[in-house]
Design a protein around this ligand. Structure first.
Ligand code: 5GP
Ligand code: MG
Ligand code: MG
Length: 183
């Protein structure tokens, strides 16, 4: 059994393991350059950002501290409502800190837009966003995202942290699901 052998469930691969590694390395270089000599707090949004956080944090040369937040933006459906609930808050006081939110994917942008204003209200020195993936065609709100790994088409994707009904998070690539999986 190999967790990554789900070929029957995957329609097509959008980012291979190798492509993800290259994207993460590139993001880490930009972040290292921008935050040189500063203390950075990276905030991962559970659960989807676990993989990108783990790889990005290790690719960075800067010293960072890490914290986690869990939010729920979905009601019963699959579309973001913009109504966000904090399931797990940060342990860290943000006052005066340089904060980088790390997200798996920006779809409508509603979750991040809410998170951004929530974290900004806590008195940090700065708040920026790093997202592995973004679906530009799905945007419902404009958000200023400093670091983007890859823009992708408006399709539902799984793998590398992203789930469908809590499955496929541990794939080492990002792909779309075959239609029979939804049925
Ligand atoms: P947004 O508020 O930007 O619409 O999306 C919020 C969250 O929905 C994302 O952080 C992610 O957890 C989830 N999401 C959005 N698009 C996808 C997708 O294509 N696949 C998966 N697995 N989750 C998604
Ligand atoms: Mg997420
Ligand atoms: Mg999910």
């Amino acid at each position: 059994m190999d967790a990554n052998d789900v070929s029957g469930d995957i329609d097509h691969v959008l980012l291979s393991k190798e492509e993800i590694q290259a994207v993460v390395k590139d993001l880490a270089e930009q972040i290292d350059r921008d935050y040189a000599g500063r203390d950075l707090l990276v905030v991962g949004v559970l659960k989807g950002a676990v993989m990108i956080m783990a790889d990005l944090a290790r690719a960075l040369h800067s010293h960072v501290t890490m914290d986690w937040m869990a939010v729920s933006s979905y009601g019963s459906g699959t579309a973001s409502s913009g109504v966000v609930r904090i399931l797990k808050d940060l342990d860290t006081d943000l006052m005066g800190k340089d904060v980088l939110i790390v997200e798996d994917i920006i779809d409508s942008g509603l979750t991040l837009s809410w998170l951004l204003s929530n974290l900004r209200s806590r008195g940090p020195a700065s708040v920026e966003i790093c997202a592995l993936l973004r679906k530009p065609e799905a945007a419902k709100v404009e958000i200023d995202v400093r670091y983007i790994g890859r823009d992708i088409p408006n399709e539902f994707v799984v793998g590398y942290g992203l789930d469908f009904a809590e499955k496929y998070r541990n794939l080492d690539f990002v792909g779309t699901l075959a239609p029979h999986v939804y049925a």
